[in-house]
Design a binder for this molecule. Structure first.
Ligand SMILES: Nc1ncnc2c1ncn2[C@@H]1O[C@H](COP(=O)(O)OP(=O)(O)OP(=O)(O)O)[C@@H](O)[C@H]1O
Ligand SMILES: [Mg+2]
Length: 454
């Protein structure tokens, strides 16, 4: 159901529109002049305005102008008499969706109103999509680690300097690269990404430099390479350490001269491209072992930016969790969920080997998998990906230096305390859960000196 504001000084027209549009399932608010219309709009919730152009006091065109300025998302359909049809045309020029001519044809009225409502819904959808794309790019983290990264971005974005972004899998290297581009003078030009690890060795040159028609068997048409596509903008060479030595040599040449030929082509192509590279490998180690050219390293590593792993900036975890929970909720709906204090503590001890990408996936998974509104530590354990290793380590923490008997005793004590808590310290129920008799449980409680006051 949509809410339609009808503005007309003729009572007859207001009544007709009210009947027709209510029959179509809409809520109609009839008012007789422009001032009243603006008051109603101010209270919000109006999807469409049907507006007479010829109004007493404030004229329809003025009302329309105000609506366009203040509520750009609200569509307006104007009504005009035959005598003032040129005003209707003017109204469409300044942003009315369409106009209706008096005397009103029912059919036409319904069609135009439905179309305007459709347009309004599309605009709204478009806006939410845009917002979700924008928030995709947000860089969360106000701790010292990300602070340094931000500072480097700030200092280097506006320069033309080449940048090498280093960091483990999923730490946000690509996000940093995009942020640099966005803040650079090249922001309006393309950001082109090449993932050097995912392209087979035989295709990478064609991918980077393009080819002429007939350059090789499958080259049925001319194709531009990424260097050309990025002209004027930024080329992001991701996983650069995964490039073969042969390709490295060619890329080095382009970076020195900023010109190249398409495969099978003669013509030399000049480009103006800023290169940002990234790798999760230890690049010095790659150089030492002869897998990466040192001269290329110097070419790309004018400004290095190291993105620290999540476990070294765990202070950012609460903000990141908030952010991803919010995003999940926005895209999937459902009730507001949160983590219990205990599960937050637990998440803080997890080493996050997959970094932010793992955290993001985890939040999505746990939101889908659990019904709990306050997510418990048990669920957290269950839905963390690589928890097995960590759980083992976690379970053995504190036991490492003990003799077997000590460790068994200690474990028994902790286990009893946990089970007693779970069963609200009820002896009968706890013993049943443990599979021992109540008197056996009493003995063990005494032996371990566990207090069972409620
Ligand atoms: N600081 C951050 N704030 C919000 N989201 C982030 C942040 N860092 C990374 N992300 C998100 O985490 C995911 C992984 O980030 P990204 O792809 O940039 O990592 P990467 O370092 O390039 O990973 P890989 O080495 O695996 O290619 C992306 O969805 C990204 O939007
Ligand atoms: Mg990446």
């Amino acid at each position: 159901m949509s809410t339609i504001l009808v503005v007309d000084d003729e009572q007859g027209i207001r009544e007709v529109l009210q009947d027709v549009l209510a029959d179509e399932g809409h809520r109609v608010i009839p008012v007789e002049d422009g001032f009243r219309a603006l008051e109603v709009l101010e209270t919000g919730g109006v999807d469409l305005v049907v507006l007479d152009v010829w109004l007493p006091n404030m004229g329809g065109i003025d009302v329309l102008k105000r609506i366009r300025e203040r509520w750009p998302e609200v569509e307006v359909v104007v009504i005009s008499g035959h005598a003032n049809i040129n005003m209707a045309v003017q109204a469409v020029k300044i942003g009315a969706f369409d106009f209706l001519e008096k005397p009103l044809s029912l059919e036409k009225t319904i069609t135009v109103v439905e179309n305007a409502l459709k347009m309004e819904a599309l605009k709204r959808e478009n806006r939410t999509l845009k917002q979700s794309i924008q928030s995709e790019d947000e860089m969360i983290g106000s701790g010292e680690g990300m602070g340094k990264v931000r500072e480097l971005i700030e200092q280097s974005a506006d320069s033309e300097a080449r940048i090498l972004i280093l960091g483990e899998n999923g730490t946000g290297k690509e996000l940093v690269a995009r942020e640099i581009h966005r803040r650079s003078r090249r922001a309006q030009a393309p950001f082109v990404e090449v993932n050097c690890a995912s392209i087979p060795e035989t295709l990478i040159e064609s991918e980077l430099f393009g080819h002429e028609k007939g350059a090789f068997t499958d080259a049925h048409a001319q194709r531009k390479g990424k260097f050309e596509l990025a002209n004027g903008g930024t080329l992001f060479l991701d996983e650069i350490a995964d490039m073969s030595l042969n390709t490295q040599a060619k890329v080095l040449r382009v970076l020195q001269e900023m010109k190249f030929e398409r495969i099978g082509g003669e013509k030399s192509i000049h480009v103006d491209v800023r290169v940002i590279a990234a790798t999760n490998r230890n690049i010095r180690e790659e150089i030492r072992s002869g897998r990466f050219r040192e001269d290329l390293y110097f070419r790309i590593n004018v400004i290095p930016i190291f993105v620290p792993p999540l476990r070294d900036r765990i202070e950012d975890l609460p903000d990141l969790i908030d952010y991803f929970m919010g995003r999940f909720k926005r895209s999937a709906g459902g009730p507001e969920k949160s983590f219990s204090e205990q599960s937050m503590r637990l998440l803080g001890t997890y080493p996050w080997p997959g970094n932010i990408r793992e955290l993001k996936n985890f939040i999505e998974r746990i939101n889908i998998m659990t019904e709990e509104k306050v997510i418990s530590a048990d669920s957290v354990r269950r839905y963390l990906t690589s928890r097995s290793d960590w759980d083992k380590g976690e379970a053995l923490k504190g036991f490492e230096s003990m003799k077997l008997n000590e460790a068994k005793d200690e474990f028994e004590r902790e286990f009893l305390v946990k089970k007693l808590e779970e069963n609200e310290r009820n002896i009968t129920r706890t013993s049943r859960a443990l599979g021992i008799t109540p008197s056996h449980l009493h003995n063990k409680i005494k032996k371990h000196g566990i207090e069972i006051k409620k």
